[in-house]
Design a protein around this ligand. Structure first.
Ligand SMILES: Nc1ncnc2c1ncn2[C@@H]1O[C@H](COP(=O)(O)OP(=O)(O)OP(=O)(O)O)[C@@H](O)[C@H]1O
Ligand SMILES: [Mg+2]
Length: 575
């Protein structure tokens, strides 16, 4: 809450003060009616002048209430808009600094929800809660003061319904109720999960059958929910009904009338004095009931705020205070260890030097940590132990911008922007001319495909056209080529290792060769055979390294991989 309001303290105070004045002014007409009754019904000749003053005061109060609550609500909604904008800007800024690796595909959906829905869910906190709270406390307090001046005894009697409702509150907090509430929330969550699972798996279910099984998970969750829900309702309903009855207008009127009649009968109260209690007594309970209705909104707003705070709390990769420029572009990994959040160590002590002007190929079984290793070079994550040096400088001491100028990458899971093909290719080199973009696309082997799109290089991806995985990867190769960074990291996707993409990668490698430092994860032996050095990774450690020809004659892991995947007779020289 403080997080939200600190920058807008002045408008927020204005909202609350205007609301307080408006709410108090709203009492004026009621008080006027009560006062009028007392004046006109009083024994003796009526005091007309006083009556007119009361009428005018009541009307004025009505106008003031109208003006002030309208102003408060107006400012409140503007404030709400500003708070949401601030929150979204802060989220965007924070997301710009989180480790790139943190932004996995799974998180994209969650983040969209946080930035969109969750920020909107804060609305009742800002725009409605102040008004509701003020109404719930200031109005009854002012009414009580007035009623006390009329008759203290009847005031206490009028408070009986509120006291009854409050007495029931502790019953809602009993451990059993809390447990039921938690079970209810959990069961609700299970239903949501099973629905999501079912919907996400529909295509698989359609293709492979098993619809019943998927369906069953949902049915179980739903059955389960029915049980939990009825327990919850049973526990809650008696208490809730009791509270609602206590706060309901008929009950309040009944209590006031019984008490009032008794007092009038014993001559302790003037009949006209019963009027203010009938008018204002209802006002004592209505806001409390309204507060209960807003409670659910506030609860989900609080949960949404929690999720927003979690995203804002993700620690960014620290930027160096005094960045050092790298000297050259030799890459050295020294005793690099790395574990994801899960804690399992994926890289277990990697020592590796990538010389400028050479191509190093990483091979190894699926899950051995190849992609993880290359993700460390553009600093998607920092190593948990050890260090990576570029041109003799630790990556952590190189400024983020500088690092991204030095290292360009093509990764397994290519993500393209919802922008034109040309803008996608030029995203790392916005000043590139159309000729340069086309040249990069030609080298990457997508030029012909792009020309076949509805509007060629101006086609908006994701809107006017969808690309296949291999095509998307070739676009991302073109992007890396155009970025023209001295260090190139290429993680070829196994699934897109079609001959065309493979060719694109090899052409990219020869086109960029020269003084560049290149690290490539390849699945095709042709690419591997072109490399200067091959590194074999197994379970997070380097088990073999050397030139492709060397490794083949050594007849170790690499030779075995070569035989199974390449189908070449053992010992045959790579082409
Ligand atoms: N974002 C992540 N969070 C947690 N664990 C991860 C993450 N990415 C990968 N892993 C785990 O790290 C290990 C190595 O994964 P990695 O993607 O580096 O393997 P790989 O050698 O590239 O495999 P492949 O050849 O299939 O692409 C695997 O056990 C994987 O489950
Ligand atoms: Mg991989």
């Amino acid at each position: 809450m403080a997080l939200l309001l600190r920058p807008h303290l002045r408008s927020f105070t204005a909202v609350v003060i205007l609301q307080v004045i408006g709410a108090l002014a709203g009492l004026a007409p009621l008080l006027a009616v009560a006062e009028l009754g007392r004046t006109l019904l009083a024994p003796g000749p009526a005091d007309h002048a006083h009556a007119w003053t009361v009428v005018i005061a009541g009307t004025a109060g009505l106008l003031v209430r109208l003006l002030f609550t309208a102003a408060s609500s107006g400012i409140g909604h503007v404030l709400d808009g500003r708070v949401q904008l601030t929150l979204r800007l802060r989220l965007a800024e924070s997301l710009g600094r989180v480790p790139i690796g943190w932004l996995s595909r799974r998180r994209t959906g969650e983040l969209a929800k946080v930035v969109g829905e969750d920020v909107s869910a804060v609305h009742p906190f800002i725009a409605h809660a102040p008004g509701d709270l003020v109404a719930a406390f200031v109005v009854p307090a002012a009414s009580l003061i007035y009623l006390f001046t009329v008759d203290p005894r009847l005031t206490l009697i009028t408070l009986i319904p509120v006291a009854l409702a409050i007495a029931l509150v502790p019953l809602l907090m009993l451990p059993a109720r809390t447990r039921e509430q938690e079970a209810y929330d959990a069961a609700m969550g299970r239903i949501a999960d099973s629905v999501v699972e079912f919907v996400q798996g529909i295509s698989v279910v359609k293709a492979f059958g098993g619809g019943e099984r998927a369906h069953r998970a949902f049915l179980t969750a739903a059955d389960d929910f029915v049980g939990v829900f009825s327990r919850w309702v049973r526990g809650m309903s008696a208490i809730a009904a009791g509270m609602q009855t206590a706060l309901s207008p008929p009950f309040v009127l009944l209590v006031v009338l019984i008490g009032g009649t008794a007092l009038i009968g014993s001559g302790d109260l003037a009949p006209a004095d019963l009027l203010p209690f009938l008018l204002l007594g209802l006002g004592l309970t209505a806001p409390v009931a309204a507060l209960g209705h807003g409670f659910d909104d506030l609860r989900s707003a609080a949960r949404a705020l929690g999720r927003i705070r979690d995203v804002l709390a993700v620690r960014p990769l620290p930027e160096p205070a005094r960045p050092r420029p790298p000297q050259g572009h030799r890459v050295e990994l020294r005793g690099v260890r790395f574990a994801y959040d899960t804690g399992h160590e994926v890289l277990r002590g990697i020592d590796l030097t990538l010389e400028p002007g050479t191509v190093t190929a990483i091979v190894g079984p699926s899950g051995s940590g190849k992609s993880t290793l290359v993700r460390l070079l553009p600093r998607f994550f920092d190593p948990t132990h050890g260090s990576i040096l570029l041109g003799g400088v630790d990556l952590r001491e190189i400024g983020g911008r500088e690092l991204h100028r030095q290292v360009s990458f093509v990764f397994q899971d290519v993500r393209l922007l919802r922008a034109s093909v040309a803008d996608n290719i030029a995203s790392a080199a916005p000043r590139a001319s159309r000729e340069e973009v086309v040249r990069a696309a030609r080298t990457a082997g997508v030029h012909d495909r792009v020309l076949a799109l509805p509007r060629g290089y101006d086609t908006i991806l994701g809107e006017e056209a969808r690309l296949s995985g291999g095509e998307a990867q070739r676009i991302s190769i073109a992007r890396a080529l155009l970025a023209d960074a001295p260090v190139l990291v290429l993680d070829e996707a196994t699934s897109f290792a079609d001959p065309q993409t493979e060719q694109a990668i090899r052409r990219a490698l020869t086109a960029t060769a020269g003084e560049r430092t290149i690290l490539v994860i390849a699945h095709r032996l042709e690419t591997i055979a072109d490399a200067d050095t091959v590194v074999v990774l197994s379970d997070g450690a380097i088990v073999e390294r050397g030139s492709p020809a060397d490794l083949l004659t050594r007849d170790g892991t690499f030779a075995a991989l070569w035989r199974t995947h390449g189908g070449l007779p053992p010992g045959e020289e790579p082409r």
